[in-house]
Design a protein around this ligand. Structure first.
Ligand code: NAP
Length: 280
């Protein structure tokens, strides 16, 4: 049971629109409960265009941490005092950390992605050929993290040439655009599009016959837990995993930054799994 908030309870939260279906309160409140912290995490619906107001409210209310989700990840940047190198490179923030009276913006998605692969026991990305389907915010975070982890190639499949170019630039000399059929030559295939949240379509009309054993296929989607892509990849003998690990590990990094304590990963993962399966 969550403890009843009192006059000394500290408040963290998430801003976004929509925000009512986010799993972040589930993960963070499970973490506060597991560690015995008198903290509570709530979802704040903040309309598009009001990100700077929300950052001002964070200062006024002395919130101890704030997660940032769509559509505010870029819009909050100008309202913060400082950015981590990762957030500065991405031009996007998913985490606001109070530091000595100032607010620091960070982006934990990419490192959370790498942490999740490690925690699940997959091979390191160093020296491997990665292909990312999609060129939006998640793709950008993963492209930067994969390149930083030493990937030999970071290939991007996207519909908008300018978005693909921005994504490949983040990956430096290992980044390049690619057609969807290049999945056949990749070691790790990552779906960073929303295709798969509903229906049976595969991203970019991917041909499952190009997937094979020895490949790792990651879908950043976690609802449903098994997308059509993951089912097709498993049928071809590939190793598969969904986006829950990334979600938990990016939240774990937020918890550690806000509290100064290691995150209770098992409690957070358990809470996330329970929430997903109770909604199926
Ligand atoms: P985003 O910034 O809106 O980017 C979405 C990308 O997908 C864009 O490149 C978009 O291309 C592309 N796309 C959309 N519909 C497509 C289609 N039918 N065919 C091909 N490409 C399509 O969203 P995001 O924040 O990157 O999120 C992407 C996915 O990752 C979502 O499913 C989200 O839930 C998931 N995600 C998971 C985590 C996690 O922790 N597991 C974290 C972040 C995101 P256009 O620009 O051409 O539309």
């Amino acid at each position: 049971m969550l403890r009843t908030p009192s006059g000394t309870t500290r408040v963290a939260g998430v801003i976004g629109d929509p925000v009512s279906h986010t799993l972040s309160p589930t993960l963070h409140n499970a973490a506060f409960q597991a560690t015995g912290l008198d903290w509570v995490y709530v979802a704040f619906p903040v309309r598009r265009g009001a990100a700077a107001d929300a950052v001002g409210a964070m200062r006024a209310f002395r919130l101890v941490g704030l997660s940032v989700t769509m559509p505010h990840k870029t819009a909050v940047v100008g309202a913060l005092d400082d950015l981590t190198p990762t957030a500065a490179a991405l031009g996007a923030v998913n985490t606001i950390i109070p530091r000595g009276g100032a607010l620091l913006g960070d982006s934990t998605d990419g490192d959370g992605f790498i942490d999740a692969l490690r925690a699940e026991g997959h091979a390191e990305l160093s020296g491997r050929r990665i292909i990312i389907l999609g060129a939006g915010g998640a793709a950008r975070a993963v492209a930067l993290a994969a390149a930083s982890a030493g990937a030999a190639a970071v290939e991007i499949v996207g519909r908008q040439p300018s978005a693909v170019a921005a994504c490949t630039a983040l990956a430096g000399s290992s980044g390049r655009g690619a057609p969807i059929d290049a999945v056949g030559d990749a070691d790790v295939i990552i779906n960073a599009t929303p295709v798969g949240m509903a229906g049976t379509d595969l991203p970019f009309g991917l041909d499952p016959g190009r997937l094979s054993a020895g490949q790792l296929v990651v879908d950043l989607i976690y609802i449903p837990p098994t997308t059509a892509l993951l089912a097709a990849a498993a049928e071809q003998g590939a190793t598969v995993t969904n986006g829950l690990g990334m979600l938990v590990h990016q939240a774990a990094r937020q918890f550690a930054a806000w509290t100064g304590q290691p995150a209770p990963l098992a409690a957070m993962a358990r809470a996330g799994q329970q929430a997903i399966f109770s909604n199926l």
